[in-house]
Write a protein that binds this ligand. Structure first.
Ligand code: SF4
Length: 698
């Protein structure tokens, strides 16, 4: 007989940044099914991940006991997935022993070599409170700013450009504002796959009359709904966007009043784009000049135009320049600061916005207060009662290089999986294996945990309370529906236990106590009380005073920069760090697929999602399949200068000819073994969207 739930728990989806609210239907400490709830971002809608991606929490491979690497057991060799063999590598330990070893090992390195010999990676899968406590532990317990998380791999370049240009790294308008836009530009994003409920709002807007322009080298399903689809050549974003601005400036379509009243640096920007005529850029970007002119006019002259973008924009060595161009487009046309306009970098993980806000980044304290700003540092030193390091810390990829150089010797990684998600993953794995001491806190034996000295079994999303901030700046409450299995413990408890082993006297009574401390140190959320969150479930920031409604649309009167003005920053063409050549003639583009989430540790253990997409795939244009002599379903080997993997070929006529698209969630064909670790110099984001590869059948 079908089990009937006896408890309903309202919470939030653990996956993407859309932040859909849902209800867990629970019986006997098991989630039976999930239903959509009337949240501000989803209005009852859920995608396949939200609806079917919950049973990973009950998977038999959950870590339920602390594990310690067996004496003398090598970290060399490949990841072993077979759980039966886990105990050949690790032995079970009590919490007391595991914490003593975990914290003791990190404390020894700190005391012997200084705090800069340590680093921590937190996670955008965790709550705001976990992110806040984790970065506080690294800054006050380790004594370093070497703390980062996966924002470095997704929107760090967007945030760098936004902070520089308009003074805030978050979105200006919520996704739902597409319903108030006349023109919607989606560039370098595939919302149907990566932000599926957001895609439904875009399609609804199109049905109601909005004109959608999709710009992407790889044609997505959303392009079917587009008024214009621009399939520009990979790596030519700046050429295309500067050409659009050339038209807007040249044809006098700029908003002179907005530029004069609210911006700086327009003259320099206008001089720069003068050299980028559509006729000159058309051969480079593969879009004819008349189409560039048409789209530029459409965007500039509509009553309300909104831009949404994703990692197709951000994951380049020129990711910051790409975002600078999008910001300049909105500023020169005054398409920002009103409903239905603005800039929306679609956030990846469900809490990447909140984890960044909470200070899980190496150059910023909570609320984007720079560590090298003496006044900001002094405020936190007073709040936390500890002197803080004034040097910005190392970013995700820089940490791996610092391990190679012998500078970083120990790490604490909570909920991240750099052995799968870092570029040039063979190098990242070798670096992690070289650490003197690695502590990993996770719910599964991930590829990263496999390299650990101590593994601390943590709680999954529905096993804890906490706040999560979605792509719209909505702070939402996730509520505990079930208990963690076995001896697995809640992450806030584990972080505090680690803090105590590092000499900190931390005793937060509840998650609400942590949130209250965050409110006191973070003006943007200062007005959000825990009671209000419990009552309303979601509050948008900025919300600086109790009782504030919060501001879904910002920059209505001023930008949060000195003088209240935004700044134009010109950008020129910078090519990808590694171009195709005779040995490696094709381009590799990595990304996600609808059913799987990031490195796959959760969704590949969700039965329905795994059944839909069980195997690693490489998506290729039919012309490339024919040229290679490969049929769909055949295996194909992809190699770069850094490694090779074998996957199943799939036909995709949306992929550009000469490029291959591969999702990064498959441990058995970990595509990041091939990607290039070249970094954008501003956001320090790696170039996941472009490197040179060779394909061979078999
Ligand atoms: Fe979850 Fe995102 Fe799907 Fe909503 S759109 S159900 S937040 S994965």
């Amino acid at each position: 007989a079908l089990a009937v739930p006896d408890r309903q728990v309202d919470s939030v989806c653990p996956y993407c940044g859309v932040g859909c609210q849902l209800t867990y239907q629970v019986k006997d400490n098991r989630i039976l099914y999930v239903e959509g709830r009337q949240g501000p971002a989803n209005a009852g809608r859920l995608c396949v991940k939200g609806r079917y991606g919950f049973d990973y929490a009950h998977h038999p491979q959950r870590l339920t006991t602390p594990l310690v690497r067996r004496e003398g057991m090598s970290k060399a060799g490949d990841f072993v997935m077979d759980p039966a063999r886990v105990l050949e590598v690790f032995r079970e330990a009590s919490w007391e022993e595991a914490l003593a070893l975990a914290g003791g090992g990190l404390a020894r390195i700190r005391d012997g070599h200084g705090g800069a010999a340590l680093a921590g990676f937190g996670s955008a899968k965790g709550s705001n409170e976990e992110a806040y406590l984790f970065q506080k532990l690294v800054r006050t317990g380790f004594g370093t700013n070497n703390v980062d998380h996966c924002t470095r791999l997704c929107h760090a370049s967007s945030v760098a450009a936004l902070l520089e240009g308009i003074g805030s790294g978050a979105v200006s308008n919520p996704v739902m504002d597409v319903l108030r836009a006349e023109v919607i530009v989606v560039i370098g994003a595939n919302p149907t796959v990566n932000h599926p409920v957001a895609a439904t709002w875009i399609k609804n807007a199109v049905k109601a009359g909005a004109r959608l322009v999709v710009m992407d080298p790889r044609r997505s399903e959303l392009a079917r709904h587009a008024h214009r689809y621009l399939q520009f050549k990979p790596d030519t974003d700046v050429a295309l966007l500067n050409a659009m601005m050339h038209v807007i400036v040249g044809e006098g379509l700029v908003d002179q009043g907005f530029i004069a009243d609210r911006t700086l640096g327009y003259e320099e920007l206008a001089r720069n784009v003068a050299g980028y005529s559509p006729e000159a850029m058309a051969p480079l970007c593969g879009i004819d000049a008349e189409t560039i002119r048409y789209v530029a006019r459409l965007y500039a002259t509509s009553k309300a135009s909104m831009i949404l973008w994703g990692m197709g924009v951000s994951q380049h060595v020129h990711g910051t320049d790409n975002a600078r161009c999008l910001i300049a487009l909105s500023l020169m046309t005054g398409q920002i600061g009103r409903p239905g306009t603005g800039l929306h970098p679609l956030r990846g993980q469900n809490n990447v916005q909140g984890a960044s806000d909470a200070g899980l980044i190496p150059m910023m304290l909570p609320d984007y207060q720079r560590v090298d700003n003496p006044a900001a540092r002094a405020r936190f030193e007073q709040a936390w009662g500890v002197a803080l390091d004034p040097q910005p810390g190392l970013t995700v990829v820089e940490v791996m290089d610092a391990i190679d150089a012998g500078q970083v010797r120990g790490m604490y990684i909570m909920g991240e999986n750099p052995a799968m998600s870092d570029p040039d993953a063979n190098h990242a794995r070798a670096a992690l294996a070289r650490l003197e001491h690695l502590v990993v806190q996770d719910i599964f034996l991930t590829e990263t945990a496999y390299l650990a000295d101590v593994i601390l079994p943590a709680s999954s999303f529905p096993e804890k309370n906490g706040t999560f901030t979605n792509t719209d700046r909505l702070v939402q409450l996730g509520r505990q529906a079930i208990d963690p299995p076995g001896q697995a413990r809640q992450d806030l408890w584990i972080i505090q236990q680690m803090a105590q082993r590092l000499g900190l006297d931390w005793h937060y009574g509840s998650v609400a106590d942590v949130f209250d401390e965050m409110r006191r140190t973070m003006p943007s959320i200062g007005g959000i009380t825990w009671e209000r969150l419990e009552r309303e479930g979601a509050v948008v920031y900025p919300c600086t005073q109790e009782g504030d409604a919060g501001q879904p649309v910002v920059f209505t009167e001023r930008f949060p920069r000195e003088g209240g003005r935004a700044r134009f920053v010109p950008a020129d063409i910078i090519p990808a760090a590694e171009r195709p050549d005779a040995d490696y003639p094709m381009v590799l583009i990595t990304g996600r697929q609808l059913e799987h989430w990031h490195t796959g540790s959760m969704t590949r253990r969700a039965a329905v999602l795994d059944a839909i997409e069980p195997d690693p795939v490489a998506l290729l244009h039919p012309l490339d399949l024919e040229r290679l002599g490969v049929q769909p379903g055949d295996t194909v080997t992809i190699a770069s200068r850094r490694g090779e993997v074998v996957l199943y070929a799939r036909a995709d006529d949306g992929s550009p000819v000469g490029a291959v698209f591969v999702p990064f969630c498959y441990y058995e064909a970990a595509i990041n073994r091939l990607t290039n670790a070249a970094l954008d110099p501003f956001g320090k984001i790696p170039e996941f969207k472009y490197c040179a590869v060779r394909l061979t059948p078999g």
